[in-house]
Ligand binder design. Structure first.
Ligand SMILES: CC(C)(COP(=O)(O)OP(=O)(O)OC[C@H]1O[C@@H](n2cnc3c(N)ncnc32)[C@H](O)[C@@H]1OP(=O)(O)O)[C@@H](O)C(=O)NCCC(=O)NCCS
Length: 271
């Protein structure tokens, strides 16, 4: 339930992150032949308004282009896609769990684990008191759709057999223009070791990639958080970075590891 610098998984390294350094999609995806010093026939034709930007004039190049077309079209569509801003109104149901929006009645259950030092050890905040939890639950329950960068969905994870709240999984819209999100989680120790976090996070990833239209989801965590790293690996996420001393948290400089998963990897690997 922690966000915007409160959870290790939600803190973005300051300075020039990998996302910020990449060229914008339009530039990276522009087909060869439509750019250059202005000398090619295609470029001149495009400027003169005679040719669509992506169709080469030379027959041999046009053949090559036709063979590459599905790929080009997919990339163009990807660049023009948006994350769904529809409000989350239907709970996600899995074999053993239900993921639903938070409610004020969840305060005691949330407090029972976010007040614990062991649960908060690798989070950016110290254990919370009841008043703080009450405020946070109210704030998070009000976030029901992903419209702007920084918006998030924090879903309560409820065990269907007895309606107990066992944890929560959070999804943040990190960069809407790159279709990139960030995932995080917290589970009560009483319910850990049962695969609930794996089941709930898999459902959240399916929702993110399938329903909402994300193409890349990352998780950022303390490298000492072995349980969280193991969860990332169970989900099929790949460790892409280990940032050294990039964050000042709880009185010391700490490292961050970054895990990531692409939509196409999720659909081929897990779905
Ligand atoms: C990170 C965290 C959610 C992981 O919880 P977890 O219980 O280890 O994860 P899962 O629910 O997926 O359970 C996996 C364990 O259950 C076992 N398991 C039992 N039944 C299972 C099933 N049906 N499916 C999958 N795993 C199952 C697995 O073997 C695994 O056990 P192991 O750790 O001994 O290998 C938890 O440690 C946590 O909440 N930590 C505190 C908050 C925190 O640090 N959040 C992360 C911030 S970045």
């Amino acid at each position: 339930m922690a966000l915007a610098g409160e959870r290790r998984g939600d803190r973005r390294p300051s300075g020039c992150g990998a996302q910020a350094c990449r060229p914008p999609l339009e530039q990276a995806d522009r087909p060869a032949g439509a750019v250059g010093r202005g000398g090619s026939q295609t470029a001149r034709g495009v400027r003169a308004g005679r040719l669509p930007a992506c169709i080469p004039r030379h027959p041999a190049r046009r053949d090559r282009h036709a063979r590459r077309r599905p790929q080009l079209q997919a990339r163009v569509r990807g660049g023009g896609r948006v994350i769904s801003a529809e409000p989350f109104d239907t709970p996600i149901v899995t074999d053993r769990l239900e993921l639903r929006l938070l409610a004020s009645s969840d305060v005691p259950a949330f407090h029972s684990y976010y007040s614990r030092p062991d649960v908060c050890r690798y989070l950016l905040f110290e254990p919370r008191d009841l008043d703080t939890i009450t405020e946070k639950v109210a704030a998070h329950a009000a976030h029901v759709s992903l419209r702007e960068d920084g918006d998030y969905l924090d879903l309560a994870v409820v065990r269907r057999s007895d309606d107990r709240l066992v944890g929560d999984v959070i999804l943040k819209l990190a960069h809407s223009d790159q279709l990139t999100g960030e995932i995080g989680w917290g589970f009560h120790p009483e319910f850990q070791g049962n695969g609930y976090a794996t089941e709930a996070a898999t459902a959240m990833l399916r929702h993110a990639f399938g329903t909402l239209g994300f193409r890349r989801i990352v998780a950022e965590l303390d490298p000492h958080n072995a349980a969280s790293a193991a969860l990332c690996r169970r989900l099929g996420m790949r460790q892409e970075a280990h940032l050294v001393d990039n964050l000042f948290s709880k009185g010391e400089w700490v490292d961050t590891v970054v895990f990531a998963l692409l939509a196409r990897e999720f659909s081929t690997g897990l779905a």
